[in-house]
Design a protein around this ligand. Sequence first.
Ligand SMILES: [Mg+2]
Length: 253
Amino acid sequence: MFIIIAEIGKKHNLPYHCYMKKQGRTFRKVAVFDIDGTIFRSSFLIEITEALVNEGVFPPNVRSIYVNAYRKWLHRRGNYRDFIDRVIFAFEKHIKGVPKKTYLKVAKKVVSFHKKRVYRYTRDLIGELRRRNYYLLAISHSPKEIVDSFAKELGFNKVYGWVYEVGSERRFTGRTLYSELIRDKARILKRAVEKNGLTLRNSVGVGDTETDIAFLKMVDKPIAFNPNSKLYRYAKRAGWKIVVERKDVIYKK
Ligand SMILES: [Mg+2]
């Protein structure tokens, strides 16, 4: 339906939202959020990997894959990206063969334990945008099942996350699905806008690393929240709002 209307819009040489407005259609405004480090005060990928080791689903030596990178980051001698990349490697290496049912049980525990571990600034902003009837979209590079239930509890309408393929006997194959799409956060936002009849006018976006720049560039009100250095430099040049939450203080500029 929307594809047809978008085509009609093109035919009339009008942007999609202008054509729809002309037709008397109203659009819901969209707010898009990253999850790890933006709403959640940790990373769900790290938490699920650690939980799978603690529950005996992954062998204990899985930690040896990322422990050095973790120490370096902890001692401010390495960076967070290197640590996360080692965790992704560990998770993807060991998820193969794990029954989905077992994984879901652990994922449920992780979400139930961590669901309140959020930043005040983004929690309050989500509440405000919900009251203003924004369509809330979350795009994460953590596993979908986890971020799905976390974000739905916060009132998100739609959540995109990393999808792992399930094969015979409902066990993970170790392969990922739709990775090209999930990696590209701008493409996801564009797709969600078209599929759900949304508008980017007055749209809001919040992210904390350079992987979020792609969707932040598309929204009307981009916010770099607790940005890493790459996002901070970009946001400063682009004149984006920068917000930092430290202890119980929120700095805005
Ligand atoms: Mg993040």
